[in-house]
Design a protein around this ligand. Structure first.
Ligand code: PLP
Length: 358
């Protein structure tokens, strides 16, 4: 089956096969990777390769640190304020969907969170134009969500915010296309969409930003301490980290992010073409210029057909197409690991379904 889940999401078949083959005994180790100490030579090698491969894949500059942490993207959303803002300091939030709201909610106990721009009044169907943003003069940072996984709204370009550190949630679009990391103070992502299995998050942060005093916090909530402890302040999610490392190697072997950008553009274009060409049988309500290439939410013209669509799709080997409960309808998540054949199968199914039920 082709799995369109928004996350945890489909992983490359070759990665799953390698993980299966290595599960009982990691090559040369005499034990499974899940049984080995994170400080032993085998896992230290896995960790070092994962960082080196991610640096190559994303062209991460040397003045940026890379952390592999547990706690998911939501925990990073809270840690941003504790690490980079003084108590009660203003932090600017550009809210373009559900996850932007979550990010803002996580920091409310710590900072004066200011909605510098907000697409909620328009149902999060568009990104407020940059000229309309009300950025604060003295903000600790500006935060935005590069791709809104539920609303299907994606920034095409990195916004200009002057000298204030720009922090972005790339959970559902990291590694989907080339990105100039030097424009950011920090980006972060839960792995469970484009990077691997749930359980590990990647934080890429400009080293100089780690010198900020931030707020009183335990070492386990401190990014600088995590860097010093090589992301091993607590026992790290070794298996997830290992699997993410396999995904990095797979992405490099497939041609890197530039190749995935080409594939992702073709996949998204194919799906939106079916939706837009359906004469209203299917609809996507997001402004064309900011439609996500990773998550394609769509609605059938008649809600009564939703269950039939999902049943028939499942029978055709197309699973996890149910939309998020906040929006209803359908959602096809088409991350890097979704093959083009999967999207072609979905597009063909949607055309046939319309013929049968239109
Ligand atoms: N940010 C975005 C863009 C997401 O899509 C998600 C989860 O789907 C999250 C944050 C939350 O991630 P986590 O469940 O790892 O905390």
């Amino acid at each position: 089956a082709f799995n369109f889940s928004a996350g945890p999401a489909t992983l490359p078949e070759t990665v799953l096969r390698q993980a299966r083959d290595e599960l009982l005994e990691f090559p040369g180790a005499g034990a499974s990777i899940v049984e080995l100490s994170h400080r032993g030579p085998e896992f230290m090698q896995v960790a070092a390769e994962a960082e080196a491969d991610l640096r190559t894949l994303l062209s991460i500059p040397d003045d940026y640190a890379v952390l592999f942490l547990s706690g998911g993207a939501t925990t990073q959303q809270a840690l941003i304020a504790l690490n980079f803002a003084a108590p009660g300091q203003v932090a600017d939030y550009v809210v373009t969907g559900h996850w932007g709201k979550t990010a803002l909610k996580q920091v409310q106990p710590y900072v004066s969170a200011h909605r510098a721009a907000d697409g909620e009044a328009g149902g999060f169907r568009d990104i407020p134009p940059r000229d309309d943003w009300r950025l604060s003069a003295d903000a600790a940072y500006v935060h935005y969500t590069a791709n809104e996984t539920i609303h299907g709204v994606e920034f095409r370009d990195v916004p200009e915010v002057g000298d204030v550190p720009l922090i972005a949630d790339f959970s559902s679009s990291i590694a989907s296309e080339p990105l100039d990391i030097s424009k950011f103070g920090m980006i972060y992502a839960g792995a469970q969409k484009n990077l691997g299995p749930v359980g590990v998050s990647v934080v890429i942060v400009r080293r100089e930003l780690l010198q900020r005093a931030g707020q009183p916090r335990a070492p386990i909530l401190d990014y600088a301490a995590h860097l010093q402890g090589e992301s091993m302040l607590n026992t790290p999610p070794t298996y997830n980290w290992y699997l993410a490392g396999l995904v990095f190697k797979w992405m490099l072997a497939e041609g890197g992010v530039a190749e995935f950008a080409r594939r992702n553009a073709r996949k998204a274009a194919a799906l939106y073409a079916v939706i837009d060409g359906s004469g209203g049988f299917y609809r996507n309500e997001v402004a064309a210029a900011v439609r996500s290439r990773m998550n394609v939410p769509f609605f059938l013209h008649d809600e009564a057909l939703d269950a039939v669509f999902l049943d028939e799709a499942r029978e055709a080997g197309l699973i996890s197409l149910k939309g998020h409960r906040a929006l209803g309808g359908m959602r096809a998540s088409i991350y890097n690991a979704m093959p083009e054949a999967g999207v072609q199968a979905l597009a063909a199914f949607m055309g046939e379904f319309q013929q049968r039920h239109g």
